[in-house]
Design a protein around this ligand. Structure first.
Ligand SMILES: Nc1nc2c(ncn2[C@@H]2O[C@H](COP(=O)(O)OP(=O)(O)OP(=O)(O)O)[C@@H](O)[C@H]2O)c(=O)[nH]1
Ligand SMILES: [Mg+2]
Length: 248
């Protein structure tokens, strides 16, 4: 009986593609992390760190972790680009927030950017993984020290974890991804996004019918967000795609 339910549960989740937003201020190491994920979870080599440039727009990385499909959205963290982040919130199953743990002079900026993310209602209930990156550097703070420093008040009932990682040598990354997959699979937000996707599918069918009978033009709305457009694009797994975006 258990194996029947487990099989059904696995089947349902094997259909899901989890969207994970990688956020953080500039130079935290988000794109370096994305390239490391690609190296760890596919047989393709990620870009070496010395070939990674500051992100102006969006990098998309698709990997599969034990039959679970993950789509990572890595956005630019320069202050002028942070207003773009919220366009991706509604469709995100979880957030990874990357902090350069070796740069205390930037902690205040990272803290206020993270607090703003946490306050946004479109990210309600999204599991949060905070990465204390650049642990290969001797001056890096541990994840506990960073958590103490950030002293986040808005975590409330959110599922979250601090983890010490190095996007250079891969330390802590597999553990972090495993945790994220587990919490996303159990998260109420995943359920909510699934129900909403189902409802949207029905809406789209009805819209199509209406369009046939009335010859009306295409409707706008939710499905037009950049996130959805990217995900519907059939880029094979393990590939990283860069979508440039104009500076706002
Ligand atoms: N030593 C060390 N350096 C790192 C690590 N991760 C990233 N870096 C370096 O930090 C700098 C910024 O890395 P990026 O990955 O471009 O940072 P980002 O967060 O994507 O920056 P934006 O795209 O501007 O938002 C680069 O010089 C990286 O080589 C790490 O784990 N250890
Ligand atoms: Mg980047």
């Amino acid at each position: 009986m258990f194996s029947l339910f487990y099989g059904l549960w696995k089947y349902l989740f094997s259909k899901i593609e989890f969207h994970v937003l990688i956020l953080g201020i500039d130079k935290a190491g988000k794109t370096t992390l994305l390239e490391k994920l690609k190296s760890l979870y596919s047989n393709l080599e990620g870009l070496p760190p010395d070939r990674i440039v500051p992100t102006v727009g969006l990098n998309i990385g698709r990997v599969e972790v034990s039959n679970t499909k993950l789509v990572f959205w890595d956005l630019g963290g320069q202050s002028g680009l942070r207003s773009i982040w919220e366009k991706y919130y509604e469709e995100a199953h979880a957030v990874i927030f990357v902090i350069d743990a070796s740069s205390p002079s930037r902690f205040e900026d990272a803290k206020s950017a993270l607090e703003k993310v946490l306050r946004h209602e479109d990210l309600q209930g999204a599991p949060l993984l905070i990465l204390a990156n650049q642990q290969d550097l001797p001056e890096a703070l541990s994840s506990e020290e960073l958590a103490r420093y950030l002293d986040l008040k808005k975590l409330d009932e959110r599922v979250y974890m601090f983890e010490a990682v190095s996007a250079y040598d891969g330390m802590g990354i597999r553990e972090s991804v495993e945790w994220l997959v587990e919490v996303m699979e159990r998260s109420k937000r995943t359920e909510m996004l699934r129900v909403r996707a189902g409802a949207m599918g029905q809406d789209m069918m009805m819209t199509t019918t209406t369009m046939i009978t009335t010859n009306a033009g295409p409707t706008g709305g939710r499905g037009q967000s950049a996130g959805i457009t990217d995900v519907q694009n059939q880029t094979p797994y393990h590939q990283i795609q860069t979508i440039p975006m104009p500076l706002m």
